[in-house]
Ligand binder design. Sequence first.
Ligand code: FMN
Ligand code: SF4
Length: 522
Amino acid sequence: MTAIVYVPRDSGALGLGAEAVARAIEREAESRGTPIRIVRNGSRGLYFLEPMVEVATANGRVAYGPVGARDVAGLFAAGFFEGGAHALALGPTEEIAYLKSQQRLTFARVGIIDPTSLEDFVAHGGFRGLERALELAPTKIVQAVTDSGLRGRGGAAFPTGIKWKTVLEQKTDQKYVTCNADEGDSGTFSDRMLMEGDPFTLIEGMTIAGLAVGATQGYIYLRAEYPHAHRILNEAIAVAYRARYLGASVCGSGRRFDLEVRLGAGAYICGEETSMLESLEGRRGEVRVRPPLPAVKGLFGRPTIVNNVISLASVPVILERGAASYAEFGIGRSLGTLPIQLAGNIKRPGLVERAFGLTLRELLYDYGGGSASGRPLRAVQVGGPLGAYIPASQFDVAFEYEALAGIGALLGHGGIVAFDDTVDMAEMARYAMEFCALESCGKCTPCRIGSTRGVEIVERIMRGVEREQNLALLDELCETMLHGSLCALGGMTPYPVQSAVKHFPEDFRRRTRQDPPGHRAA
Ligand SMILES: Cc1cc2nc3c(=O)[nH]c(=O)nc-3n(C[C@H](O)[C@H](O)[C@H](O)COP(=O)(O)O)c2cc1C
Ligand code: SF4
């Protein structure tokens, strides 16, 4: 009997040696004359256990990890095709606590299926949402998305159904669906994991969006730094065309939907939706003035949906199970589930999909296991480089949009970057300004000039030059950027800066500090 082994081809697993492990398994099986089939699945998102190898046994899938190429002979000797005992044995995959306690809706198939096998996708419930959508009038599809309470997972948390309704109501011959796969936030990888582990779900979500608003063309704007996702998406799109899930007549319905991947231009600002549209049109990624909204006048001047990967990939399950069933997850106005990403100085980094509402502490300690260094966690940055720093005293905050806003923080794309007590928060504030200066599109003054002045002011504070005056000046500059910037890059850089000053004032008032890196004499 042919044994089935799963070795992820997700970038995270590849970065940790999964390719060498797959080759070692092949060689070992050949030398022993053991017939095997290696499935290159996505990652389950337990990155602290990658490369995590699974074998299909009579009692379900059993996991081993983290596996190195040199462990392979020992695993064969231990009889791992039968789930044999070994120091790297993790038991039945679905029973691993980190995974078992999750509520995977959007990521239900990630790590389980062969990403580019249509048969596998369909066997695991794929395209049921699309089939349902094909039975519904466009207004009903939009209504289902509205009723589910889905809010954009890219950062701004705008209700997806309302955006779609605006596009649906526009009367024009051409509309577009664009997927924002620029994923530039620090510590985030859920878009990548989804695209590499279950690309058909994104294709399905975008096709449903097209049917909902009457758009016949979709584009995935993918960051160029994701070559594996690029390859897998293109493979999956070609398969979907051959099986007529894409093209002139989606599933024989007579309704067209075409889809292409376009590579990004390598700038953080290209993830801002109007910059993304500029870049898609072949221009430099520069922010457009709003209004008009992209939903009214977007790509090539036509009504356009711009949604994040996770927003679109959450749509199929909403259509399949019904809006009410999705809205049962979560709390308040934060409904459904969120793929949360744990990164930075954390013992067990990875992806956790849970309903909104668990606490940051649960995420950091129950899942994350505390810091990787073993030192106390001092701060976390939630929501990317423009997110506020949250001190340990606020770790009991619920992980949902309104509760985080209530403490002056934001959820963004659900990325959490942890820092232990060796972090210098003044340096982090300086870096936030520097990041803004480096990534600014240059269109408006508070961001373009303000960020550069911001770096200089923080450096003066760090050196103790007229400290109190410069702290007051920094605050004033932050308020100007907050209220005067054209987009959230300049407008939200004050979040990390002001939260660092507020929660960690001692780091800005140290007496004996070395000159900061890159400092120039005032
Ligand atoms: C500087 C900046 C960078 C952004 N980067 C991304 C990104 O990489 N991916 C993304 O989906 N949204 C990003 N956004 C948010 C988008 O502008 C937009 O709100 C989002 O793509 C809309 O999709 P959603 O409603 O599904 O979240 C960024 C916003 C700003 C201001
Ligand atoms: S805030 Fe910065 S990135 Fe945004 S439009 Fe202004 S200069 Fe460009």
